[in-house]
Design a protein around this ligand. Structure first.
Ligand code: BV8
Ligand code: ZN
Length: 247
């Protein structure tokens, strides 16, 4: 399997990578739906929604402050770094992430499409005015927007909310023309992100999935690799370096 994927990388000039919470698991960031998942304690509809924020802004901010603290203490893992390397084998490379933890950027990846926003960014719930990233929010005394007085919220995409049109359109247009698509560390159930690998496969891309557990995508993938991304991706890059140094 490894050699076939090495060949696929060598024979393709374009590549799209979609990552989910699983790629940050080995950094110590709990996943959403795993047993120890973030959601284990809470349910998505309780917290990552506008209605939750309106009915209980204090709880929502306590949850995001806890997640900011968890993410603030962790570092990118070998899987994040291997993706920075992998980019060198392609003329066209797009990294799309559902994660809001900023670890791909911390690992040195550039031009990342952050589909669901970024946990460190704040914005106004009413006028969307962007606030400085390092602004701490006190759940008991939530800051107001300097422009309109609205409540400050995390700048992430909640369930039921539209994704940034420019970002999602770019993600689909790259998926519609790529020769190779990696789906890494995602349970492939959150839309519209989960439609990206299907879009790529439908237009003839080679689809590789890396996930220790099977997902609704595994049956569609050309190669389903049951492995941790922090282990498999460095192995893939090492083999590529041995067999065909980047162009
Ligand atoms: C929208 C930001 C509509 C916030 C997040 C029914 C059918 C289809 C769709 C829907 C439906 N009902 C509702 C919907 C829409 C909904 C949706 O898809 N719901 C799902 C649950 C069914 N989608 C939305 O609401 C989206 N918006 O549709 O708007 C609309 C349309 C028009 C007009 C107005 C509105 C918005 C979705 C975005 C939600 N925001 N995050 C925050 O983070 O606080 S989603 C959240 O889930 C995270 O971003 C997370 O990344 C994302 C996806 O989860 P995963 O990343 O896959 O994480 P998960 O834990 O699930 O899986 C981890 C995987 O890693 C596992 O498979 C595990 O095996 C694997 N793993 C573990 N360790 C490793 C590993 N893999 C590799 N290596 C390891 N070491
Ligand atoms: Zn405002």
């Amino acid at each position: 399997m490894l050699d076939e994927i090495v060949n696929a990388v060598r024979n393709c000039r374009s590549c799209v990578v979609l990552t989910g919470a699983g790629i940050s698991a080995e950094s110590g960031v709990p996943t959403f739906r795993g047993s120890e998942g973030l959601w284990g304690k809470f349910k998505p509809e309780e917290l990552a929604t506008m209605s939750a924020f309106i009915s209980n802004p204090k709880l929502v901010w306590e949850w995001y402050n806890w997640r900011r603290q968890v993410v603030g203490e962790v570092k990118p893992n070998p899987g994040h770094y291997a993706l920075c390397d992998l980019q060198r084998w392609f003329d066209r490379f797009t990294l799309i992430t559902q994660n809001v933890d900023g670890l791909h950027r911390a690992a040195g990846s550039e031009n990342i499409l952050e589909l669901h926003g970024n946990i460190y960014r704040n914005k106004c719930v009413d006028c969307n005015h962007q606030l400085p990233e390092d602004m701490d929010i006190d759940p008991d005394n939530i800051s107001s927007c300097p422009r309109c007085g609205g409540k400050i919220r995390p700048d992430v995409v909640w369930f039921g909310e539209m994704l940034d049109a420019q970002i999602i359109n770019k993600a689909f247009s790259e998926s519609e023309q790529t020769e190779l698509f990696f789906s890494i560390g995602t349970s492939a159930i959150v839309h519209p992100a989960a439609s990206l690998p299907i879009t790529a496969k439908r237009q003839g891309a080679t689809l590789v999935e890396i996930n220790p557990e099977m997902t609704p995508l595994s049956g569609l993938a050309d190669y389903y690799v049951s492995a941790k991304s922090g282990e498999f991706l460095p192995t893939l890059v090492e083999r590529l370096k041995q067999t065909s140094p980047p162009g």
